[in-house]
Design a binder for this molecule. Structure first.
Ligand SMILES: CC(C)(COP(=O)(O)OP(=O)(O)OC[C@H]1O[C@@H](n2cnc3c(N)ncnc32)[C@H](O)[C@@H]1OP(=O)(O)O)[C@@H](O)C(=O)NCCC(=O)NCCS
Length: 151
């Protein structure tokens, strides 16, 4: 059965929270606090200025997700879209689910003249995700990320 992609709504909050928790555990060995994630996900789903989730469905079940956060580029007078919260359920991997999510986001960005590019960050040891992004035509950037966290 073909995967279908749609924008998420508030009814998807529980599965998005669950996938965010699995993502953090699997990719960074981090245990997220469920109550905080629930509020964070609900905040995005209630306010498009914070971000947008798209979900992949198969047999009426959500099997994958992607989030877009916008960053204004003063150099380009346009938006850069950051890809975040990427997760595909384990039993649905290597079946093109993320490819479908990415292509949907790519087409949506291309159709909007105020958007100039897609970016993301990925954990250094996450080879599977890096191979995925390369295979979809993304290229590594020449930056290191720095942070001051927590404040
Ligand atoms: C990374 C992830 C999103 C890929 O999702 P997916 O639906 O399995 O990816 P797709 O089936 O669309 O794969 C597209 C292409 O990416 C590449 N790819 C995907 N998974 C790969 C892997 N484990 N190793 C090497 N290449 C891989 C392949 O070229 C693949 O095409 P092919 O299957 O025709 O060879 C998924 O493995 C995942 O959820 N991982 C855990 C969470 C995570 O790491 N998120 C990213 C955080 S930055």
């Amino acid at each position: 059965m073909a995967v279908t992609i749609r924008e998420a709504n508030l009814a998807d909050a529980p599965v998005i929270c669950e996938y965010n928790r699995r993502l953090a555990q699997e990719s960074e060995g981090k245990t997220l606090e469920p109550a905080i994630v629930a509020k964070g996900v609900a905040a995005v789903l209630s306010d498009a200025a914070k971000g947008r989730y798209f979900v992949a469905e198969e047999h009426q079940e959500v099997v994958g997700q992607i989030m877009i956060a916008r960053e204004w580029s003063d150099w380009r007078n346009a938006w850069m879209w950051w890809i975040e919260s990427v997760y595909v359920r384990q039993d649905s991997r290597r079946q093109g689910v993320f490819r479908a999510l990415y292509e949907h986001v790519y087409r949506t960005a291309r159709a909007d003249p105020t958007v100039v590019g897609l970016r993301l960050y990925v954990e250094k040891n996450n080879q599977a995700a890096q191979q995925t992004y390369l295979s979809l035509g993304m290229s590594p950037m020449n930056f290191h990320l720095f942070h001051k966290f927590p404040l």
